[in-house]
Every structure is written in structure tokens, then in C-alpha cells.
Design a protein around this ligand. Structure first.
Ligand code: NAD
Ligand code: TYD
Length: 354
């Protein structure tokens, strides 16, 4: 079996669902269920004995060691993290604790477990760290996209905490020989994304007739990838990646924020027409401090070496995503409770947009 951490979050839950649809192999899912973790994402697995959910913290050494002893996984995939840049600006401490210390704790427990394996079990074992393109910093227009060899230059507390974990993963491969893999992926979107991130936030604000907050001039560029493609890339890296290697995962789909917002509004105009066009809700607000201008991924290595490439287009993925949020109003209601409203006030009031 495999051990997945953070499997009740956005990407982790999509991964667990995709994994169990494609493989017979069971998944142990360790998740702390922070504000971003949601067991409803895994509702369709109720009664499926191949999914074992454990509520707990990757920073709990005793618990992680016990899970490894009890389940003896052949691979550990670390999705668990604090993942939102704006939250890392308002409160970086939890990012240091989970993303850095939690990853370190997990590596230590995995090293002890892996050291006790022998033969094929030891050779075949993998630790896969799910990371982000944000560790590479910000590109100017016209710069070449990030490659696996691009120097790390993280700019936000979130990116710095992920970079620190990536360095520890690298060190555990080089120092101890732990068979690690690291994936650095661009911005994801799709079902089950918590509506603090741009795409679900825009969909939900538009449907509620609320202002759509665009930071700064709206011309920051992200390289968007449909979440199913990220999950299939991770599966490919787990199956065929070289121990110690890093793989960038991206969809070759650079868009500036205004293009993303306008595309969402146009799809909503078509699928859920309102009295006025949704784009009339767009409102420019105070920029994010240290806002990275552009991210772009060169996904050539994973394509050449492992034969993976994104299957979904941006237009197709956006349409599927809008359709999913329209069809899952109950899920949305369940995640936009009191705590979510508090976050919206904390992040947007000061920007002049709550
Ligand atoms: P998310 O915030 O939606 O989910 C994170 C999950 O981790 C939640 O279920 C949460 O409960 C859990 N968690 C948090 N702290 C924990 C802890 N200490 N112990 C156990 N579980 C804990 O995040 P996401 O968007 O699904 O991102 C998943 C991973 O992918 C992260 O490592 C992130 O850095 C990386 N990533 C995300 C993107 C993106 O666009 N969302 C892009 C590239 C990489
Ligand atoms: P986000 O989804 O937070 O992802 P990241 O910061 O990790 O790339 O933001 C994507 C882009 O959208 C980023 O340039 C910031 C911008 N943005 C807005 O303009 N308004 C918003 O309300 C949010 C949440 C993000």
C-alpha cells in the first residue's frame, strides 16, 4: 500500500480518488483536517476498505512511526502543507511548522522505517515530495520558463517553507540514500479547491453577486494545470522517476489573472446567466506584498524521460471546473462557514474589497 499525507485537501483528495479508480492498491491517508482538509471530498470512498483515513499531524513523530510500522507502505507521498500565499503573509508560523518541521519529521520517520527494510522492499521504496514552482521565484516577461536546474529563489513565506522542505528531501537522498522524488508543479485548479484560491474564489463571488477582487494590475501570470493532470504526473513520477530526481510538472498554459477572471466570467455568463454580465463585478484591489510577477514551467524533462504530458486544455479544464462548482452548491456551502468568512474579512477588508 501507499501512505499519502494531506489526502483530504484539494490535490491530495483528487489524487486519492484517481489512485483508487486506477489501482487496486490501498491508500492510508494521514491528514490533520485543518481548515483546508475536508472529508466530504472523499465521500465517494465511504465503505471502500482500500481507503484508510487517519486524522493526525505529519509533525507527530510517534504517530507517523506507528503508521509506518503498522501499514508498511511501499511509498510515502507528502501532499500535506499549508498552501496559501496570502495566509503565509498574514501568519507564517504555521507554514514553518507544517511545511518545514512536519516534512523533516516525516523524512526522519521514513528514514528509520526504510533503513529497516531489506532487498527489493528497500530498493523499491519511494518518498515523493509534492512541491511547487513558487520555489523558483518570479520570472520577467520573456524569461525562459523554470527548469529543474533553475536556482531556488523563493519570495513568499509559503514558497520559502516549501523550498526548505525540498532541500531536506535532496539532502536525505544524497546523505542517507533515501530514494526520494520531488515534483515542482505550477498552479492547479479543478474540483474540491478551497475557495481562498483565485479560481474558486472568483466563481463563488460571481455567483453570489459579490465583487471579484483582482490584485494590483491583474497582469501577474500563472501557468495553469488541471488537477487531474497533476495527479497523473505524480503517478507517473512515482512509477518511473529516477530516485533523487526532480520533475517539473506544468500545463504549458500561461495566463494573466485578468484573462483567467474574464474566461471564468464568460463561462458563467453562458452556463448561469445573470441580469448583468459577471465581468462587471471585477474590482481592482490593493496588491499582495512581494507579489511574484510570473511563473512558467518547462515540462520538457517529464515529457522526454517519462512520456507524461497534460491532457486537459485550459478552456476545457475551466469549463469542467465551473460546471463542478455549479453542480456542488452543497459542498460549497459546507466550506464557506464562519471560519471562511473570517478569512475573507482578514484578507480583503484591508485591501478595500470585503
Ligand atoms: P490544501 O491546502 O488544499 O490541502 C492541504 C491538506 O494538508 C489539507 O487536507 C490539510 O488538512 C492537510 N494538512 C495541513 N497541515 C497538515 C499537517 N501538519 N499534518 C497533516 N495534514 C496536514 O493544499 P493543496 O492545494 O491540495 O496542495 C497540496 C500540496 O501540493 C501542497 O504541498 C502544495 O504545496 C502543493 N502544490 C499545490 C499547488 C496548487 O496550485 N494548489 C501547486 C503546486 C504544488
Ligand atoms: P492564488 O490562487 O492565491 O495562487 P498563487 O498565489 O499560489 O499563485 O493566486 C493566483 C493569482 O491570482 C496570484 O497572482 C494572486 C491573484 N489573486 C487575485 O488577484 N485575487 C484574489 O482574490 C486571489 C486569491 C488571488
Amino acid at each position: 500500500m501507499i501512505l499519502v499525507t494531506g489526502g483530504a485537501g484539494f490535490i491530495g483528495s483528487n489524487f486519492v480518488l484517481q489512485w483508487l479508480a486506477a489501482h487496486a492498491e490501498p491508500v492510508v491517508n494521514l491528514d490533520k483536517l485543518t481548515y483546508a482538509g475536508n472529508l466530504r471530498n472523499l465521500d465517494s470512498l465511504r465503505g471502500d476498505a482500500r481507503h484508510v483515513f487517519v486524522r493526525g499531524d505529519i509533525d507527530d513523530a510517534e504517530l507517523v512511526a506507528q503508521l509506518l510500522r503498522a501499514h508498511r507502505p511501499r511509498a510515502v507521498l507528502n501532499f500535506a502543507a499549508e498552501s496559501h500565499v496570502d495566509r503565509s503573509i498574514l501568519g507564517p508560523a504555521e507554514f514553518v511548522r507544517t511545511n518545514i518541521h512536519g516534512a523533516f519529521n516525516l523524512l526522519e520517520a521514513v528514514r528509520a522505517y526504510w533503513s529497516g527494510l531489506a532487498g527489493e522492499a528497500k530498493r523499491g521504496f519511494r518518498f515523493l515530495q509534492i512541491s511547487t514552482d513558487e520555489v523558483y521565484g518570479s520570472l520577467a516577461a520573456g524569461d525562459a520558463p523554470f527548469r529543474e536546474t533553475t536556482a531556488y529563489a523563493p519570495n513568499s513565506p509559503y514558497a520559502a517553507s516549501k523550498a526548505a522542505a525540498d532541500h531536506m528531501v535532496r539532502a536525505y537522498y544524497h546523505t542517507y540514500g533515501l530514494p526520494t522524488l520531488t515534483t515542482n508543479c505550477s498552479n492547479n485548479y479543478g474540483p474540491f479547491q478551497f475557495p481562498e484560491k483565485l479560481i474558486p474564489l472568483v466563481i463563488l463571488n460571481a455567483l453570489a453577486g459579490k465583487a471579484i477582487p483582482v490584485y494590483g494590475d491583474g497582469l501577474n501570470v500563472r501557468d495553469w494545470l488541471y488537477v487531474d493532470d497533476h495527479c497523473s504526473g505524480i503517478r507517473k513520477v512515482l512509477e518511473a522517476g529516477q530516485p533523487g530526481a526532480v520533475y517539473n510538472i506544468g500545463g504549458n498554459s500561461e495566463k494573466n489573472n485578468l484573462e483567467v477572471v474574464q474566461t471564468l466570467c464568460a463561462v458563467l455568463d453562458e452556463l448561469r446567466p445573470a441580469a448583468t454580465r459577471y465581468a462587471s463585478l471585477i474590482s481592482y484591489v490593493k496588491d499582495r506584498p512581494g507579489h511574484d510577477r510570473r511563473y512558467a514551467i518547462d515540462a520538457g524533462k517529464i515529457r522526454r524521460e517519462l512520456g507524461w504530458q497534460a491532457a486537459e486544455s485550459f478552456a476545457g479544464g475551466i469549463r469542467r471546473t465551473v460546471g463542478w462548482y455549479l453542480a456542488h452548491a452543497e459542498w460549497t456551502r459546507s466550506v464557506t462557514s464562519g471560519a471562511y468568512q473570517k478569512w475573507v474579512s482578514a484578507n480583503y477588508q484591508e485591501r478595500g474589497a470585503a
